[in-house]
Design a protein around this ligand. Structure first.
Ligand code: F0G
Length: 363
C-alpha cells in the first residue's frame, strides 16, 4: 500500500494533501492549488495509555497538527479551492470555533471575505482569536450552534448576496476530510479494527466512513473498521435518538444538539457494526489530562472524547486487547487555554538560586 504517489511537492519538498489523494477528490486542473500545508498528521502509538488500558495497539491520530490546529483544514482546503474555482467572493459558516478558524485562514489565503456566526461566550479563546486575527467578520449571537447554522443557511440562500457556505453540509468539506481515513490506512499498512472519534455535527464520522469505503472499493484495503462515535453526555442527540434543545458540555466544540449529518452518522454506525455512545464531561477531562501526561499529546477537550469512550468500553466490555484501535484527536490543546488553566497544577515559585530551587523540588 502506497497511498498513491507523493507528487505536487511544495517548493520541491512537502507534498500537498490534495495532490497525494487527487484521484479520490473532486479537483481538476482548473482547481486553484490552494494549500497551507494541511494533512500528513502523525499517527502516534500510545504505549503508556495502552498499557494502562490493556490495549497493545492503541494509536492516536493527531489532527491538532494541521495548519489551524484542527481536522477542519482537510475539508476547508477543498471547499475553498472549489469556491475560488467557481468564482466565489465570500465564505460564510456557523461554528463552535474550529470551522471558523479554518475558514478564516483559508479564506485569507484565497483573498475571500469571510463571515462567521458563533454562539456568544461558547467559543474557546484560541479559536476566536484565530478567526479575528485572520480578518474574518465575527458575529456572535445569543443562541447555540444549531441556531447559528440555521441562520447562515438562510444567509447563504439569499441570491441578492452571493456567499458560499463552508459548513460540512458543503459536500467538498466531507470529500476533503476523507483523506484522514486514507492516511490512517497508509500509516498502519492496513485499516484499523476500530476508529474512535468525537461526534458533534457528525460530518467527520461520516467522512471517515466514506473514506474507508472508497479505499476498500479502490482495492487499497480489504476490510473496513468498526466506527465508534462518542458524544458528550449533555449533547448526545444521536445516542438519545432525538435532538437536544439546550446542549451543554465543557467540550464546546461538540456542543451540538441537532447534527446536520445525522443520517450519515447512523449509517456509519450501523453499516460498520459500530456504536455511538455518550461520555461524561468528567470522563472527557480525565482522558484530556492523561493524553498530555502519559503520551505528551495535548489536545482540546472535545478531542479526548474518543479516548474517554475507548477507556469506558475497555473497562466495561470484552474489547479485543490486541485490536488495532485509532483514536482521532481532532484539535490542538492550545486552542482552549481556559480549560487547560482550570486543571493545571500551580506554578512553584523560587528565589533565583540553586539551593532554593532544590528546596522547592524537595531534593
Ligand atoms: N472535535 C473538534 C475539535 C471539533 O471542532 C468538532 C466540530 C468535532 C470534534 C466534531 O466534528 O462536527 O464533524 O462531528 N467542530 C465544528 C466547528 C462543529 O464548528 O468547529 P463533527
Amino acid at each position: 500500500m502506497t497511498g498513491g504517489p507523493i507528487v505536487g511537492a511544495l517548493n520541491g519538498r512537502r507534498p500537498r494533501l490534495v495532490e497525494r489523494y487527487r484521484r479520490f477528490l473532486p479537483v481538476s486542473d482548473a482547481t486553484p492549488p490552494l494549500t497551507l500545508g494541511e494533512g500528513f498528521t502523525p499517527l502516534v502509538h500510545a504505549r503508556r495509555l495502552g498499557a494502562e488500558l490493556g490495549l497493545t495497539r492503541l494509536f492516536l491520530k493527531v489532527e491538532g497538527q494541521n495548519p489551524t490546529g484542527s481536522f477542519k483544514d482537510r475539508g476547508m482546503v477543498v471547499a475553498v479551492a472549489r469556491a475560488l474555482e467557481d468564482g466565489a467572493k465570500a465564505l460564510i459558516c456557523a461554528s463552535t470555533g474550529n470551522t471558523s478558524a479554518s475558514a478564516a485562514a483559508y479564506g485569507a489565503a484565497a483573498g475571500l471575505e469571510v463571515v462567521v456566526v458563533l454562539p456568544r461566550g461558547q467559543i474557546a479563546l484560541g479559536k476566536l482569536l484565530q478567526a479575528l486575527v485572520a480578518g474574518a467578520h465575527v458575529v456572535a449571537i445569543d443562541g447555540n450552534f444549531d441556531e447559528a447554522l440555521t441562520l447562515v443557511r438562510q444567509l447563504a440562500d439569499d441570491p441578492a448576496h452571493p456567499i458560499t457556505l463552508v459548513n460540512s453540509i458543503n459536500p467538498y468539506r466531507l470529500e476533503g476530510q476523507k483523506t484522514a481515513a486514507f492516511e490512517v490506512c497508509d500509516d498502519l499498512g492496513a485499516p484499523p479494527d476500530v476508529l474512535a472519534i468525537p461526534v458533534g455535527n457528525a460530518g467527520n464520522i461520516s467522512a471517515y466512513w466514506a473514506g474507508f469505503r472508497a479505499y476498500r472499493d479502490a482495492g487499497e484495503i480489504e476490510a473496513l473498521p468498526r466506527m465508534f462515535g462518542f458524544q458528550a453526555e449533555g449533547a448526545a442527540p444521536l445516542v438519545l435518538g432525538h435532538p437536544v434543545d439546550q446542549p451543554e458540555t465543557i467540550a464546546t466544540a461538540i456542543r451540538i444538539g441537532n447534527p446536520a449529518s445525522w443520517d450519515k452518522a447512523i449509517a456509519a454506525r450501523d453499516e460498520s457494526d459500530g456504536v455511538i455512545q455518550a461520555v461524561s464531561d468528567e470522563q472527557i477531562l480525565a482522558a484530556y489530562q492523561d493524553l498530555a501526561r502519559l503520551e505528551g499529546v495535548f489536545c482540546e477537550p472535545s478531542s479526548a472524547a474518543s479516548l474517554a469512550g475507548i477507556r469506558a468500553l475497555a473497562e466495561s466490555t470484552d474489547l479485543d486487547r490486541d485490536a488495532t484501535i485509532v483514536c482521532v484527536l481532532t484539535g490542538a490543546g492550545l486552542k482552549d487555554p481556559a480549560t487547560a488553566q482550570a486543571s493545571a497544577p500551580a506554578i512553584a515559585e523560587s528565589e533565583p538560586n540553586v539551593d532554593a530551587i532544590r528546596r522547592v523540588l524537595g531534593w
